[in-house]
Design a protein around this ligand. Structure first.
Ligand code: ADP
Ligand code: MG
Length: 241
């Protein structure tokens, strides 16, 4: 069974149909890169999967449970899939550790002591075990993004959605974040990531989705999508047509 099953999903903003019948099944442990031009619907698709946007048609099942457009279900869904954005959005007045502890305590009512141990473990997982007491402005952009990853992991998500999480970083900080993502992939985390890092996608991802004008235009293993793109649109996107 798929961990995430997306069937004929349509999403409109006013007259603008942004997702035009998306079908995508994601197996547990699968790592998928989503590529495509700006405006092709990549972010909207991720936002629909974790319930930040409601869908107009179709279904999204996460671990077999259907996403219904009411508040309770959306909250339940957001507990199941974590999302990380281009901007790290850490609370500046809280330490790294406190940032990671917050959601488990507030949303899941995890006792402080347990949340603290979990936060320490998640910070260690992203290589920042020694930064529990550091404030965001004492950390580099790459370190802040790794704290944001730890914060998502602390909620024990079934899958992680990453939306261009290295795009705001200085080039020299990109690799430390990609390395953490690669490690999560190796540990079996299910990952959907919108990315411009083609080399990373080629090396780490099981499948690559090329979105074009609100549709999955091509999908396949990286060696096919990058090595033998079938459509002119993908060839143009990759700069080989
Ligand atoms: P991508 O992530 O591939 O660049 P997006 O999913 O962000 O694409 O956007 C796809 C289209 O949806 C764009 O035309 C964008 O302007 C539109 N769009 C996205 N979010 C909204 C919104 N909240 N309201 C209106 N239009 C939106
Ligand atoms: Mg986007």
């Amino acid at each position: 069974m798929s961990l995430i099953a997306i069937t004929e999903v349509r999403k409109r903003f006013g007259d603008n149909e942004v997702l035009k019948g998306i079908n995508l099944d994601v197996a547990a442990g699968e790592v998928i890169a989503i590529i495509g031009k700006s405006g092709s619907g990549k972010s909207t698709l991720l936002r629909c999967i974790n319930g930040l946007e409601t869908i107009d048609e179709g279904t999204i099942l996460v671990a077999g449970a259907q996403l219904a457009p009411d508040e309770l279900h959306l909250r339940a869904l957001r507990l199941k899939v974590g999302m990380i954005f281009q901007s790290f959005n850490l609370f500046p007045h809280l330490t790294a550790g406190r940032n990671v502890m917050l959601s488990p305590m507030v949303v899941k009512k995890v006792p402080a002591k347990e949340a603290q141990a979990e936060a320490q473990a998640r910070l260690e997982q992203v290589g920042l075990g020694h930064k529990f007491d550091a404030y965001p402005d004492e950390l580099s952009g790459g370190q802040q993004q790794r704290v944001a990853i730890a914060r998502a992991l602390a909620m024990k998500p079934l899958a992680l959605l990453c939306d261009e999480i290295t795009s705001a970083l200085d080039p020299e900080l990109v690799n430390e974040v990609l390395q953490v993502v690669g490690k999560l992939a190796a540990e079996g985390m299910t990952l959907l990531m919108v990315t411009h890092e083609m080399r990373f996608a080629r090396e780490v991802c099981d499948r690559v989705v090329f979105m074009h004008q609100g549709r999955v235009h091509e999908i396949g293993p990286p060696e096919e999508v990058f090595g033998a793109p079938k459509t002119l649109e993908l060839q143009q996107f990759l700069g080989i047509a």
